[in-house]
Design a protein around this ligand. Sequence first.
Ligand SMILES: [Zn+2]
Length: 158
Amino acid sequence: MRTITRRRLIGLAAAAAAAAPGAWLLLERAPAQSGPPEIRYGRDRCDACGMLISDPRYAAAARRPDAALRYDDIACLVRGAGHAVASGVADGWVHDAATEAWVEAREAAYVRSPAIRTPMSSGLAAYATAAQALAAHPGATVFTFAALVGAPAAGPRG
Ligand SMILES: [Zn+2]
């Protein structure tokens, strides 16, 4: 439903732009069809577990040609779209737990610790680089996204 609405919005913006040159600004503000989807914290629900997404530090997202997906926990991204993202069929993003900036899921560095209290108790946090992950969690093992997807322990058992 959301995708249809966005397409309509873009269509409206394009029509407006054709009618008035100044309206090109509208086009630039139309919702992006690539990159991480907007997450409305406290309103959007996780596409894997159905929980409200409320903590940006651990929120994640994915985009397939036909759907934008939002997750409350990195483990839900792994469960919901892990193989698609790992294989390049879908794009995936996670937040750097320190800066809350989006990082491409396939390029992020991951740590897992019971001390990291995530919404689904996976204990998974992501960072832009392995060095930043180790700076935040000295001595931790740093995982790649492929390792997370391949590991059966991607759930809360850790
Ligand atoms: Zn979830």
